[in-house]
Write a new protein. Sequence first.
Length: 254
Amino acid sequence: MPSHRLGTPTWDMSSLLAVAMSRKIANSSTGTVGEASNLMTPDPDFDLTRGVGATIRESSQSRRFDRNQFLFHAGEPSGGMYLIVAGFVAVRLSTPSGELATVAVLGTGNCLGEQSLLAELGNRSTSAVALGTVDTLFVARVVFDELRERDAALERFLTTLLDTRLRRVTDRLVEALYTPAPRRVLRRGAELAQRFGDGNSIPLTQDDVASMAGTTRPTVNRTLRQAEAAGAIALTRGSIWVIDAEVLANLNET
């Protein structure tokens, strides 16, 4: 079990995993949290077994990336789109001050680099790095252009995908303007906890969470400490462990 120093729980690995698994079993028995809640929402038409998804799969190249390996770097020529089959990818960009900021975490069912399907001879605007082993499908722009000419469904797929991206950007802009920073931190934390699941470590630093929430690291640390006190997460050196994703989601809603 956790020990306490100055009122803050200090967790050892076996304790936090035991707590997470016991809560996951309890939740599964009541139907409050299931395996599906640990997955990111897929992008439109990502089903690889039929329709547009099957067409893309048959014309794509399988590529695997190890932890901390870059899928691409900002400024590189953009030759196509990646579809994440398994794993998680951090999307990062350079700030005006020269720092590297994490702006999103994408997972199974998400696409990235889709703008390269529109702009010829363009460059990547962000970098993408694997947070663990990541399996992807890569669709070259020239191949996608040929598919679009043969199947109008590919055009609708790309239009829907870009519309989804625009709506998400709009939502984040409104959030940045009108939602207090601690609430933004809880939202990003709840999203990440749902994606990675109870009993798992979120492979991001508090600086990463700060850049995703558009705030400072002290604000993130203060807010996450409150979430830890509520039993939602456990903070260890360099890691954020998910104890109860549902508790964190409830904190975000209060």
